[in-house]
Write a protein that binds this ligand. Structure first.
Ligand code: FES
Length: 103
């Protein structure tokens, strides 16, 4: 499966993502500049991404832990998510997102 990730220079990258992988791991494995300082433990908000509006409703819902940590990220939008808390699934094949500001 694949996801399309826009980096901070507005370049779109096609990234391979295996089923059940955290999206953050797929982005990091592709060598894109995502900090993900806590390694996916929902403790840092440095894996912040903006999900394309067309995909927002297809992603697994945010839990309280993610919502609280996301509140620490800068420039949060309604489409903001922590990419370590989203898992790749067949229905997300072709997911479109952008890297978002962190600290
Ligand atoms: S990698 Fe730290 S919250 Fe996602």
């Amino acid at each position: 499966m694949k996801i399309l990730v826009t980096d901070f220079d507005h370049v779109v990258h096609e990234v391979t993502a295996e089923a059940d992988w955290p999206i953050m791991e797929a982005i990091r494995s592709a060598g894109l500049p995502i900090k993900a300082e806590c390694g996916g433990c929902c403790l840092c908000a440095t894996c912040h991404v903006y999900v394309d509006d067309a995909w927002v409703g297809k992603i697994q819902a945010m839990d309280d832990e993610e919502e609280m940590m996301l509140g620490e990220a800068p420039q949060v939008r309604p489409s903001s998510r922590l990419s370590c808390q989203m898992r790749m699934a067949p229905e997300l094949d072709g997911l479109v997102l952008s890297l978002a500001p962190t600290y």
